[in-house]
Design a protein around this ligand. Structure first.
Ligand SMILES: *[C@@H]1O[C@H](CO)[C@@H](O)[C@H](O)[C@H]1NC(C)=O
Ligand SMILES: *[C@@H]1O[C@H](CO)[C@@H](O)[C@H](O)[C@H]1NC(C)=O
Ligand SMILES: *[C@@H]1O[C@H](CO)[C@@H](O)[C@H](O)[C@H]1NC(C)=O
Length: 307
């Protein structure tokens, strides 16, 4: 049998024997189910190698963590995909989300795209919600089908205002209200502040708004009121992008007395009450009015008595 081989083939075989002792072909990657190459095809009789089937790259992640409200990217690295299709399936309800570039769910937050250089099909989930957490299957249309699972974790940052839920400050002092966002994988794209129902802006208001990051996963938004006055009294709410809100009540002290909405005893309340927009229909106004009537009446009585 061997003797019937042509001279060229024998030379080729000899060369192969000589070189194979020193030069070894790299072993196939561990997870290559489609890589079986018929034994004879390596020997030189057939130079054309069988096309190896698709396989998942071992570096393709199995866990992805995303913050609530952010975008999640679930990569699926597939080698030798050839002309096979890639589907993304949500494990929870077996819903087919995408097939290749096409989205098969009415939820527009889901989409998939292919990156040729890295041979990656990525599922994107925009504005991640808590219920998006769970397993996702990247499925290749081989026969039988091949699957790679990615587990998506959704982290929900906590939003709170540092300190107590009521802040007492003296009129004229500087106040910093700090909105602390813990477990924040990324800084919020914005933090809105509200004083009562009105959005706080820096322009012409005297207020200062800053945001800074404290590694590894804390963001702090600060509202600074340089010189507190009665007009600053009230409820302050911090509302970071796509996260919960947190509120605090600011009380302004004149002397030692807290300036509260319905404080009818405080002399300061009567003198400066008109400067605050709050409590215009409070009992203080009525007492004010009655005192004025009483005053006019007394003056009248006195005038009458002296005549
Ligand atoms: C993925 O997460 C699971 C639990 O959430 C953990 O047991 C596993 O070790 C993680 N795998 C990797 C590769 O990080
Ligand atoms: C994929 O390519 C193979 C040959 O490379 C061909 O036989 C097969 O029909 C193709 N499949 C599709 C879905 O185009
Ligand atoms: C402050 O305002 C927020 C948002 O409007 C509201 O949820 C919260 O209950 C208010 N707090 C107080 C003490 O009024």
């Amino acid at each position: 049998m061997v003797w019937s081989l042509s001279m060229e083939v024998r030379v080729a075989l000899l060369l192969l024997l000589l070189t194979s002792t020193n030069v070894r072909a790299p072993p196939p990657p561990p997870s290559e189910p489609g890589e079986e190459v018929p034994a004879g095809s390596r020997g030189g009789r057939h130079r054309r190698r069988a096309f190896p089937g698709p396989y998942f790259h071992p570096s393709s992640p199995v866990n992805v963590t995303t913050q609530l409200g952010a975008h999640a990217y679930l990569p699926c690295r597939i080698k030798n995909l050839g002309n096979k299709s890639v589907s993304w399936i949500r494990n929870r309800d077996s819903h087919i989300l995408t097939v290749d570039r096409y989205t098969f769910i009415s939820d527009e937050r889901f989409s998939a795209w292919h990156e040729a250089q890295t041979q990656t099909w990525t599922l994107q989930v925009r504005y991640v919600q808590e219920r998006d957490a769970g397993k996702y299957e990247c499925q290749v249309s081989t026969e039988p089908k091949m699957s790679h699972f990615v587990d998506l974790s959704v982290i929900t940052p906590t939003v709170s205002i540092a300190g107590k839920s009521d802040i007492y400050v003296k009129s004229g002092s500087t106040v910093n209200i700090k909105c602390v966002i813990n477990d924040a994988l990324e800084e919020p794209t914005y933090i809105f502040w509200y004083h009562e129902e009105r959005r706080v802006v820096e322009a012409n208001s005297g207020y200062r708004l800053t945001v800074h990051r404290e590694p590894p996963d804390t963001s702090i938004g600060t509202l600074t009121i340089p010189s507190v006055s009665m007009a600053d009294y009230g409820n302050y709410t911090c509302a970071p992008a796509s996260l919960q809100m947190a509120s605090v009540m600011l009380h302004v002290l004149i002397g030692e007395h807290p300036q509260a909405m319905h404080d009818t005893n405080s002399a300061a309340a009567s003198t400066t009450g008109s400067a605050t927009s709050v409590g215009s229909s409070s009992p203080a106004t009525h007492i004010h009015g009655r005192r004025a009537v009483l005053g006019v009446w007394l003056v009248t009585v006195l005038l009458l008595a002296t005549t």
